[in-house]
Design a protein around this ligand. Sequence first.
Ligand code: NAD
Length: 290
Amino acid sequence: MKIGFIGLGNMGGPMAANLAKAGHEVIGFDMASVEIDGVSLASSAAEAAKDAEVVITMLPNGQILRAVANDILPAMTKGAAFVDCSTVDVDSAKAVAAQAEAAGLLAVDAPVSGGVGGAAAGTLTFMAGGSAAAFAKAEPLFDIMGQKAVHCGDAGAGQAAKICNNMILGVTMIATCEAFALADKLGLDRQKMFDVVSTSSGYSWSMNAYCPAPGVGPQSPADNNYQPGFAAELMLKDLRLSQQAADSADADTPMGQLASALYEQFVENENGLGMDFSAMLPRFEKRGRS
Ligand code: NAD
């Protein structure tokens, strides 16, 4: 299959390489100069999209996605599929899907979970929104780039699932970090804290799979001086998207709102920029009650 791939960064690069490795003809484009194994490069996004059966985008945000969609949708062949894997706001996802469908194209919003490691290993989880026909067209490619693809509903449903998932993640990471900091002050050994919580009702992915305490639990960014991993600013981006969606859907999300405010403070005022999102633990360690 001929595939256009736009946005060949930390995630898009290895995803495109995996499609090429599986035997597809991949024509890529990125604003930055990049070289990706097996991927030939076009001189513009529209050129990469022209004649492709499927065009995949993996871009930083909704504003850039809308601009790229304006460029490429008119260049695409009718009946082709436009698959956006970026994490963007639900409104942008719905807007570009409507624009694609009006141009006679299939459209899927399919953000991913699994990070850079999952992109390289081809083990991402895709959460997809769009028609059944659009999902069916993209699914064989999801199978190459990932280990699971869930068709969540109509356009925007993939982004909705992604931001709800990451809102839970932000909240549970903060809860796990503040509980470790409290346990420290109560004189509890961190290993004992992990042994209890990871097998009790406080367990979560944040505790069990990505423990924020160095030297405890499985290997995680905490064991590497909190180098990301999943950067605090990316968590802030996703929490802001969750709050934007909550505003437009009139949903009450007080924990998500507080998590967003805490990550904002951490990233903008407390040296959290460039740190892993689990570096909330040393942040809480340094603080007192007031
Ligand atoms: P990145 O910054 O490494 O890659 C984005 C790429 O898009 C860059 O190479 C940039 O040059 C390119 N780009 C920007 N504007 C462009 C344009 N107009 N035309 C063509 N290319 C353009 O970011 P990333 O980590 O690969 O993340 C991409 C998306 O995936 C984001 O939406 C992010 O939230 C999401 N995501 C990231 C992770 C992660 O762990 N990094 C995990 C899940 C989801």
